[in-house]
Design a protein around this ligand. Structure first.
Ligand SMILES: [Zn+2]
Length: 292
């Protein structure tokens, strides 16, 4: 994201190709090294495991990839984000939106209901097939394609969303640059990614360290959900320098998933106060006077 050389980065530890649990040393599997960029805080796998075909990672049933909660109406429906977007942009008739990594089409549906002519890109064949069944989605508006292979006219969309997507892409910087090219001047990009400063991740790493191992819980480059990166605000500030403006950002704590329920509310409010929540959300605006 900042372009610095991996030789200057820090080795955090190693990550198994499965859930690690409390005793990762007792698990059979392969590991890759997890590193952190000293320049921008980006966390990544080195070497980066790449499947021969994208469907090897995402060609699974939606039920096998997401938990049951995802299929019920709720937080993942993008209603809160639409509320914030409306403070930044008036959605006029004919305005086009693009959801990159559309999944089963939940965000596309909400954007269509909010007044956009809603488009989407989804590389997984099973997720794409499911999205076609989602009410309110125009079949011609969704493509089964990776962002790397996709083509749209330049300055075509008023709003583009990367909701839990950039952490799955091998080159997130190139993906942002491509999306900026498709965005109209004054258009807005929404980004949601896992934060490299997540408190719970740091506590789990501390536990592994005290247990005498060099495992870390960051990312999941070889198993579901296949997260290849974690980001810091600085990763975007350095990446977007001279490209576009960050209009706003916030952290979202998310439930802790720890086996101690009583601690959940204490930790959640601590994460909110210290900006160490699980998810980082950013709003970018493409300036009308910059060429991308
Ligand atoms: Zn960096």
């Amino acid at each position: 994201m900042c372009g610095s050389d991996a030789k200057e980065h820090i080795i955090m530890g190693r990550r198994l190709n499965s859930s690690q649990g409390r005793k990762p040393k007792s698990k059979i599997g392969i590991t890759t090294t997890v590193m952190k960029c000293k320049g921008c805080g980006l966390v990544y796998a080195n070497p980066m495991p790449i499947p021969t075909d994208i469907q090897a990672h995402y060609g699974v049933s939606p039920e096998g990839y997401w938990n049951q909660q995802y299929f019920e109406p709720g937080d993942s429906d993008f209603h809160e984000e639409i509320g914030k977007l409306k403070n930044m942009m008036e959605i006029k008739p004919g305005y086009k939106s693009l959801d990159i990594g559309a999944g089963i089409g939940k965000i596309m549906k909400t954007l269509e209901e909010a007044g956009f002519d809603s488009y989407g890109l989804e590389p997984s064949m099973p997720f794409y097939s499911e999205a076609l069944k989602t009410p309110g989605i125009k079949p011609n508006n969704i493509k089964c394609s990776t962002i790397e292979d996709a083509e749209y006219p330049s300055e075509h969309f008023n709003f583009i969303s990367f909701s839990a997507v950039l952490e799955h892409l091998y080159d997130p910087s190139a993906a942002i640059e491509k999306a900026l090219g498709w965005l109209k001047p004054n258009g807005i990009i929404f980004i949601e990614v896992p934060s490299a400063k997540w408190l719970i991740g740091r506590l789990i790493n501390m536990y592994y360290r005290l247990a005498g191992t060099d495992y870390v819980t960051n990312i999941s480059p070889m198993h579901i959900p296949f997260h290849l990166y974690e980001f810091e605000l600085e990763s975007f500030q350095k990446n977007l320098k001279n490209k576009c403006e960050i209009s706003g950002y916030e952290y979202f704590a998310c439930p802790t998933h720890l086996p101690f329920k009583a601690l959940d509310s204490v930790l959640t409010s601590y994460m909110e106060k210290t900006k160490t929540g699980m998810q980082l959300m950013l709003w970018l605006r493409k300036s009308s006077h910059l060429n991308n």
